[in-house]
Design a protein around this ligand. Structure first.
Ligand code: TMP
Ligand code: ASP
Length: 255
């Protein structure tokens, strides 16, 4: 059966879902960086991201974060609620790395005075420029109430994920998330959308400081799949290409 393709991004495809108001989110093996200037296929990445993102969205749902996730369909696909994506990427930073380290001249790994929330306008042509709340409201990408809601949810997501990853020996340095508007019964809610995977987070091993995220690809460090597999293994979601046993996170004792 051929499915209608709704949208194709750099790492995912969205197909029309089985019922109105649903979509199928398909994770590809494509890896891109620096807005597609660097592009490769990394076999198995889509499968890992599908599993890791499913796990994180389920756990976030359990603590009351509304999300677009419905259920995993197969190795590469999940059923999601169709939302209107707000064209603003939210980056939450706990320590300096990547763009902020460069922009403000900070040493990579320096803990920030507090968690910092940044907004980037979602535009491939413009390379996702950093924007302020003024730009977001002036251009009508989101209203002040929606911005407040996104900041509050982002900080809750950060607190929860920081603790979750710490429990498995991983430092959550920063991450990028997206939100969408979910319309139901004349009501509109802001929900977490897109994905949360090592493609859009910086994850460092607590002990060794090893990078366990897409910086392995951006910086040509190699071993990306092994690193993503290790993240999945520690979370207890995926072992050696086989489904996890459902026993949950593998606790790593802090020395
Ligand atoms: P940055 O330091 O390059 O701004 O990235 C901050 C975090 O956001 C990092 O975990 C990677 C993630 N990110 C994306 O997922 N997509 C993007 O387009 C960018 C620029 C960053
Ligand atoms: N997501 C962007 C890209 O794929 C930038 C990045 O993640 O480095 O090009």
């Amino acid at each position: 059966m051929s499915r209608r393709r709704r949208y194709e991004g750099k790492a995912k495809i969205l197909y029309e879902g089985p019922e109105p108001g649903t979509l199928v989110q398909h994770f590809k093996d494509d890896a891109t960086a620096f807005n597609n200037k660097k592009h490769d296929q990394i076999e198995g990445k889509g499968v890992l991201n599908n599993r890791i993102s499913e796990y994180l969205f389920l756990r976030l749902g359990e603590v009351g974060i509304p999300t677009h996730f419905v259920k995993r369909l197969n190795m590469r696909e999940q059923l999601i609620r169709e939302v209107e994506i707000i064209p603003v990427e939210i980056v939450v930073r706990n320590a300096a790395a990547g763009a902020i380290a460069k922009r403000l001249g900070l040493d990579e790994g320096t803990q920030l005075p507090r968690s910092i929330v940044e907004f980037y306008y979602k535009s491939d042509e413009l390379d996702d420029p950093l924007v302020s709340e003024e730009h977001i409201t002036a251009f009508g990408w989101a209203n002040p109430q929606e911005i407040d809601e996104m900041i509050a949810l982002s900080l809750r997501i950060n607190d929860f994920l920081t603790g979750l990853f710490l429990g498995v020996g991983i430092r959550l340095v920063d991450f990028k998330i997206e939100f969408g508007r979910l319309f139901e019964n004349e009501m509109m809610r802001i929900v977490l959308a897109d994905e949360i995977s090592p493609d859009c987070c910086r994850l460092w091993d607590i002990e060794t400081q090893d990078k366990m995220d897409k910086d392995r690809f951006r910086q040509d460090l190699g071993g990306l799949i092994e690193a993503y597999q290790e993240v999945a293994r520690r979370l207890g979601v995926f072992v050696d290409n086989r489904p996890g046993d459902g026993s949950g996170p593998v606790l790593v004792s802090s020395k």
